[in-house]
Design a protein around this ligand. Sequence first.
Ligand SMILES: CC(C)(COP(=O)(O)OP(=O)(O)OC[C@H]1O[C@@H](n2cnc3c(N)ncnc32)[C@H](O)[C@@H]1OP(=O)(O)O)[C@@H](O)C(=O)NCCC(=O)NCCS
Length: 200
Amino acid sequence: MTDPRGNLRLSTLADEMDVDAIHAYLSAESYWAKGVPREVVARSVQHSLCVGIFDGAAQVAFARAVTDRATFAYLADVYVLEAYRGRGLSRWMMETFDAHPELQGLRRWMLMTKDAHGLYARFGFKPLADASRAMERTRPGLYARPADPPPSRKGVLPTSIPASATSHIPASATSHIPDSATSHIPASATSHPEEAPHQS
Ligand SMILES: CC(C)(COP(=O)(O)OP(=O)(O)OC[C@H]1O[C@@H](n2cnc3c(N)ncnc32)[C@H](O)[C@@H]1OP(=O)(O)O)[C@@H](O)C(=O)NCCC(=O)NCCS
């Protein structure tokens, strides 16, 4: 497929995505995934329906849909390199998702954005009609924290989670979770929920 506005090429083949280029943008430039490990980016590309735009061999734009390809899709990691912005490339990627045969008839699309609401509004996205029905579970700062795991904290919940947030969970519901399943999670990764960045 060729962009009529330039000599650019769009691809939806996961194997064609340049994981190094995507990782370079997301880990260093994005406001939502700074510090994300390359291996995490590679896995997310592999398991998403991806759109990339290429100038020659160089990937200059990317977006991915996390989807069951039947009912739901979550739009994530949308970016266009600065030198290529304002030329309709994100519109091209959105139109590609809308026309994709495996993304027809979905009941819901979702996304998070800090400041690009106007872009997505052109494609029918609206603020949540009833935010009281939506919930989230986030790990703010996950990629920004030191990788060293803390000492084992068997049976102890991270101190930064207020007791009120967990008091409804019966002890029997968590007592079977082996220490090894949680000891790699730094306590700091669950603290400061107010720092949660808006994600793309
Ligand atoms: C946001 C971003 C993806 C837009 O890409 P782009 O290729 O420059 O956008 P386009 O040229 O395709 O713009 C399409 C339309 O959306 C509008 N638009 C683009 N960015 C917008 C924004 N941030 N807010 C509101 N409208 C925007 C354009 O004015 C254009 O309108 P038109 O159809 O009336 O001409 C790009 O600026 C970017 O990569 N920003 C940094 C990363 C980022 O913020 N990603 C989105 C996270 S949710």
